[in-house]
Ligand binder design. Structure first.
Ligand code: FMN
Length: 180
């Protein structure tokens, strides 16, 4: 993967893809699937919704680090599988044949097979609404990868795959940060 300018990292999330979130609890790596995500600003700051019902949460709260890994449509069965079992009793990297890769800043691993990865620090947890606020610190994209279509969860077990990309950059010029 090549480094992606950090000021472009939010473009990996703005379209609202289902993502994988990796953690490291001091002993082992884990992965969970997250569809409740939000971009909070350009810097980039993100939010995910999760809580104590997931094994990953203790590592998120304890180490205050994670990686948002962005899978593509060819990985959908792995994405669903990862979201329907627990790191409490499963090594998900082994079970779903994914490769953990060391990042530059956080201990949580990147996922080699994903289209992109964002190393993140947990900067806030809004307990009342189970919102975990993340600041991206390094971003990567595998631009050589053939399949680039991301998936979006409807919420009922069905998914929508990326379709046509429409260009309205000129119309939006006043809202797009310089250099994006
Ligand atoms: C498509 C999909 C989307 C999901 N989105 C979320 C989510 O946004 N928030 C959440 O807390 N759990 C979500 N889950 C459930 C977790 O991924 C699931 O509970 C997982 O087993 C947690 O892993 P862990 O116990 O190893 O942390 C989702 C699961 C699937 C299959």
């Amino acid at each position: 993967m090549r480094l992606l300018k950090l000021n472009k990292a939010f473009t990996l999330m703005e379209s609202g893809p289902v993502v994988l979130v990796t953690t490291h609890d001091g002993e082992k790596n884990n992965i969970m699937t997250i569809s409740w995500t939000m971009v909070l600003d350009f810097t980039p700051v993100f939010a995910i919704t999760t809580g104590e019902w997931n094994y990953s949460f203790a590592a998120l709260r304890g180490n205050k680090e994670c990686v948002i890994a962005i899978p593509t449509v060819d990985m959908l069965n792995q994405v669903v599988g990862i979201g329907t079992c627990s790191g409490a009793d499963t090594d998900k990297f082994a079970k779903f044949k994914l490769t953990p890769v060391h990042g530059k800043v956080v201990r949580a691993p990147l996922i080699k097979e994903c289209l992109a990865n964002i190393e993140c620090k947990v900067i806030d947890i809004v307990s009342k609404h189970n919102i975990v606020v993340l600041e991206g610190v390094v971003a990567y994209v595998d631009s050589g990868r053939k399949e680039k279509r991301m998936v979006h969860a409807v919420g009922d077990g069905t998914f929508i795959v990326d379709g046509r990309k429409l260009d309205r950059r000129k119309l939006m010029a006043s809202k797009i940060p310089a250099g994006l």
